[in-house]
Design a protein around this ligand. Structure first.
Ligand code: G1P
Length: 291
């Protein structure tokens, strides 16, 4: 199984942080966001990964590349634990990079991987979404795909006043947590939303999606939307939604990122306890006084 990680967006909601730095390189505790995504793929047994990049995304390529100078410095200094971490990143997986020259939307980015994927089912994992779950979310989708032979999308309920931030599906629950889709809409208003079940950032798709994307006209914001392509695919074949087990962290906006930092910081084996103490102190006494 191969995975496509679209990571070509501008990261406008993070400016000025993302002026030169790709949004997928924004750190969450001790790793850039995209490293969590790659690790999730590896944990599911996927080791052929295509990252769709664009201008200003060199940092992602460099992160997963070897850094001989840095390794030499760490080796000479006897910093072997850091050396191990640095080497681990560059040997993680077979990572390929494809540049999306124009940013024409998520569907268009996925289409860039057509040649590399070929005629097999594949995963799409958004570069700004991470999960905490017992079984990797992409593996949960792979398991549903194995049973059904169809495309499967990770879904989760969101509050009605948040539906306009997501692709929304509607469907019939055919067994616990498994929905057979009958419609999809990209970022509807609460009045137009067919449900509150949101597309949650991971997809397991049949290769028929490529032809559907090719037939998809520009939609919301003039972009080729993956959600619109799925709607076209739905006319031809069944698509399932899987209400995944686990928790999703959306690094798509500033507040989501800050909350994720805190929560995953608190869960960190080394920094969790002192961070908790600091936060409790902050909440009790307010921020430290300046002199
Ligand atoms: C994209 C998809 C949307 C999905 C969302 C999940 O939107 O287009 O359907 O619900 O990811 O994070 P974006 O967040 O890139 O605007």
């Amino acid at each position: 199984m191969k995975a496509v990680i679209p990571a070509a967006g501008w990261g406008v909601r993070f400016l000025p942080l993302t002026k030169e730095q790709p949004k997928e390189m924004i750190p969450v505790v001790d790793k850039p966001t995209i490293q969590y995504v790659v690790e999730e793929a590896l944990a599911a047994g996927i080791d052929d990964i295509v990252i769709i990049t664009g201008r200003h995304k060199r940092g992602i390529e460099d992160h997963f590349d070897r850094s001989y100078e840095l390794e030499a410095v760490l080796e000479r200094g006897g910093k072997l634990e850091y050396l191990r971490k640095v080497r681990e990143i560059s040997s993680m997986a077979d990572i390929h990079f494809i540049r999306q020259k124009e940013q024409r939307g998520l569907g268009h980015a996925v289409l860039k991987a057509k040649q590399h994927i070929g005629d097999e089912p594949f995963a799409v994992m958004l570069g700004d979404t991470i999960y905490r779950s017992k079984v990797p979310v992409v593996k949960q989708l792979m398991d549903v795909h194995k049973r059904t032979g169809k495309s499967v999308i990770a879904i989760e309920p969101v509050p009605m006043d948040k539906v306009q931030d997501y692709g929304i599906i509607s469907g019939k629950e055919v067994e616990k947590d498994l929905y057979l889709l009958d419609d999809l809409v990209e970022k509807p208003s609460p009045e137009q939303a067919p449900s509150n079940l949101a597309i949650a950032g991971t997809y397991l798709l049949t290769p028929d999606i490529f032809e559907a994307i090719e037939r998809t006209p520009p939609g919301l914001n003039g972009e080729i939307q993956l959600t619109d392509a799925l709607k076209i695919l739905l006319k031809k074949e069944d698509i399932y939604g899987w209400r995944f087990e686990g928790k999703r962290y959306d690094i798509g906006d500033m507040l989501g990122w800050l909350k994720t930092q805190m929560e995953l910081g608190l869960l960190h084996p080394e920094y969790g306890a002192p961070l908790r103490e600091h936060m409790e102190n902050l909440l009790k006494n307010g921020p430290g006084r300046t002199r």
